[in-house]
Design a binder for this molecule. Sequence first.
Ligand SMILES: Cc1cc2nc3c(=O)[nH]c(=O)nc-3n(C[C@H](O)[C@H](O)[C@H](O)COP(=O)(O)OP(=O)(O)OC[C@H]3O[C@@H](n4cnc5c(N)ncnc54)[C@H](O)[C@@H]3O)c2cc1C
Ligand SMILES: *[C@@H]1O[C@H](CO)[C@@H](O)[C@H](O)[C@H]1NC(C)=O
Ligand SMILES: *[C@@H]1O[C@H](CO)[C@@H](O)[C@H](O)[C@H]1NC(C)=O
Length: 484
Amino acid sequence: MALLLRAATQRLCLWRGYCTRGTQSALSEDFVAALKAVVGPPYVSTAAAVREQHGQDESVHRCQPPDAVVWPQNVDQVSRLTVLCYSQGVPIIPFGTGSGLEGGVCAVQGGVCINLTHMDRIVELNPEDFSVVVEPGVTRKALNTYLRDSGLWFPVDPGADASLCGMAATAASGTNAVRYGTMRDNVLNLQVVLPNGQLLHTAGPGRHFRKSAAGYNLTGLFVGSEGTLGLITAATLRLHPVPEVTVAATCTFPSIQAAVDSTVHILQAAVPVARIEFLDDVMMDACNRYSKLSCSVAPTLFLEFHGSEQTVAEQLQRAEEITQQNGGAHFSWAKEAEDRSRLWTARHNAWYAALALRPGAKGYSTDVCVPISRLPEILVQTKEDLKASGLTGAIVGHVGDGNFHCILLVDPEDPQELHRVKAFAQKLGRRALALHGTCTGEHGIGMGKRQLLQEEVGTVGVETMRQLKATLDPRGLMNPGKVL
Ligand SMILES: Cc1cc2nc3c(=O)[nH]c(=O)nc-3n(C[C@H](O)[C@H](O)[C@H](O)COP(=O)(O)OP(=O)(O)OC[C@H]3O[C@@H](n4cnc5c(N)ncnc54)[C@H](O)[C@@H]3O)c2cc1C
Ligand SMILES: *[C@@H]1O[C@H](CO)[C@@H](O)[C@H](O)[C@H]1NC(C)=O
Ligand SMILES: *[C@@H]1O[C@H](CO)[C@@H](O)[C@H](O)[C@H]1NC(C)=O
């Protein structure tokens, strides 16, 4: 007996004309009962408000609620849920903390959203091997709190307190990537529930080695797969020793060009900066207001140096010289944890500071990444385009990686403005591609960048991705409508 009368229900809805998607679940009662049989009745919801909450992330993408939300308690339940949904042709959407910026959790074809928050154990810490195993409900801040007295930390830090498995799923990075790498460099192994319910350990069960030449890199395949190939139910992450000394610094510049040239020169001089972030004048103004700072409203670099007393002093000196040669002024630095934290909290709140420039507006973030030598020209050009466009936008970037965001403010109810913002973002994406860069350094493809992905990797590239997807997910039910 078919548990799901999905198509029939939908037709019935249209015929009756009152239950459009979004207000009422399109799942049959039998199917919902089967979900409840797997996880227990309290852990299934078809309430409209709950589905709405799970149908959107922090992006401008319109909310598209799933038909049901389930909260599995363990990997066995995830596997049984997957088998159940798959056998009935129901889409499956993994949900971390919903901080994504590309509409990754929008249920474009309805289906079952799997909120993984309850699986929040830190399974195993191997301090001597610098590794840890976490379940998908563990966020980056929770992990670092847990590690506090161990002398170790996990450096990848998207602004939001995202789930670590969600970060693996989106190949996230953040301000420390210039020194410590992105999720791509810091995921050693993943436990994945495949669409057929099987459990895959991408590097073999329990393994956490530094290097290997054993076959294809399946871990790499799932990092950045955005929930389209399977559900990540545990991640083995690489940890790093806490630096002995940390010093933060800021420096303002007469022009964007001068700030970015300094970045390039600092990297060329092999100063091992831990963080080097660019904020334009609009962003600085927004941060001043939002985070109650009193920084100059000018193109600015935020830097951080990690090491011993002596090496940090050397790095600081070298960086200051380079910024001065490029016309930088007010190179100031802070060693106290409190001052550093104020600065980086302001940086991490940049997204909300930008949103506060126009209350009620939503943010649309571009995410291009280019070879470092091309960074000055694309940033200068983008700023000019931004001025000419009449749109409101602030620029902030992980410039040490050649990656920056233009946070554009938009009224999602204004189709014209939304169109102009999307056109601006697409043009910027194409410019990055023309400079041998990528349309997304860290946020992912999600719903909005699928066209740009095609242009980026070409027909053979996309076809190869499609074949991989079809092998693992032949019915196309894992987070449909994303990436490809
Ligand atoms: C203020 C702010 C600042 C940000 N700054 C950065 C930044 O500096 N760098 C950066 O990289 N990102 C940044 N982001 C974006 C976001 O935090 C990252 O994309 C993050 O990795 C998303 O994690 P999440 O747990 O919230 O995932 P969600 O938003 O819940 O999901 C994102 C995608 O991953 C999939 N997914 C989630 N969990 C799993 C899982 N366990 N298994 C399989 N698929 C899964 C989802 O289906 C979806 O497609 C920022 C966001 C905000 C709001
Ligand atoms: C996911 O579930 C957790 C735990 O119940 C809850 O705190 C969180 O708000 C849920 N996510 C959303 C988007 O509602
Ligand atoms: C495989 O890919 C992951 C994720 O990108 C990476 O961390 C790991 O080092 C790679 N493993 C090997 C053996 O190259």
